[in-house]
Design a protein around this ligand. Structure first.
Ligand SMILES: C[S@@+](CC[C@H](N)C(=O)[O-])C[C@H]1O[C@@H](n2cnc3c(N)ncnc32)[C@H](O)[C@@H]1O
Length: 150
C-alpha cells in the first residue's frame, strides 16, 4: 500500500506473483479500505518516518486493527535524531535547500515510550524492539515487532 499512484503503478508492473499479490493506493489517514482482523502479517519499512507523528501513530493503531488475532506486525520508525546540526536548524537548512536544490523529504521521530503506548492502547503486545540503522547515522531507528493476542 502506498499513497503515491506512481509507486503502486510500478509495483503492479513489476509484480511477479500474479493475483496472489495486490497493490493499493491509499490517500486517507487510516486503513479503512481493510476490515478488522484481515491480515496474518503487516509490515512497514521507511514509510512512517515521513508522516507527522499524529498520523504515524494512527497508522500503527490501524496496523493492529487490520491484523488477525494471533498475527504479527513489524514496523520501523526512527526514535531520535542524532545529527550534529541542531534539529530545528537542520530542518531550516533542508527547507531552504528544498526551494533551490531538490524537494524536501520530511523526517519525523516517535520516542519508543509513545509507540508502546499506542500499541498497548490498540490491544496488542510489544514482543521485540531493536535498532535497525535504517535511516543512516543521523537517526536512531527502531524496528518493532508486535503481537495481537487471540
Ligand atoms: C522510502 S519509500 C519506502 C518504500 C518501501 N516501503 C521500501 O521499503 O522500499 C517511502 C514510501 O512511503 C510512501 N508514503 C509516504 N507517505 C505515505 C502515507 N501517508 N501512506 C502511504 N504511503 C506513504 C511514499 O510514497 C514512498 O513510496
Amino acid at each position: 500500500m502506498d499513497i503515491a499512484d506512481s509507486m503502486v503503478s510500478l509495483a503492479r508492473r513489476y509484480n511477479r506473483y500474479g493475483e496472489r499479490c495486490k497493490y493499493h493506493v491509499n490517500k486517507s489517514d487510516n486503513l479503512g479500505l481493510f476490515a478488522d482482523d484481515t491480515f496474518d502479517f503487516v509490515y512497514s519499512l521507511i514509510v512512517l518516518q515521513h508522516l507527522e507523528p499524529r498520523f504515524g501513530k494512527r497508522y500503527i493503531a490501524e496496523f493492529v486493527r487490520v491484523l488477525k488475532p494471533g498475527g504479527v506486525v513489524a514496523f520501523q520508525i526512527p526514535s531520535a535524531y542524532l545529527g550534529r546540526t541542531p534539529r530545528p536548524f537542520a530542518r531550516l537548512l533542508r527547507g531552504l535547500s528544498s526551494k533551490v536544490i531538490r524537494p524536501l523529504m520530511e523526517m519525523y521521530c516517535i520516542p519508543p515510550a509513545e509507540v508502546f503506548e499506542v500499541v498497548a492502547g490498540a490491544g496488542a503486545q510489544m514482543i521485540r524492539i531493536f535498532n535497525d540503522g535504517a535511516c543512516g547515522p543521523d537517526y536512531e531507528s527502531c524496528h518493532y515487532v508486535v503481537y495481537k493476542p487471540r
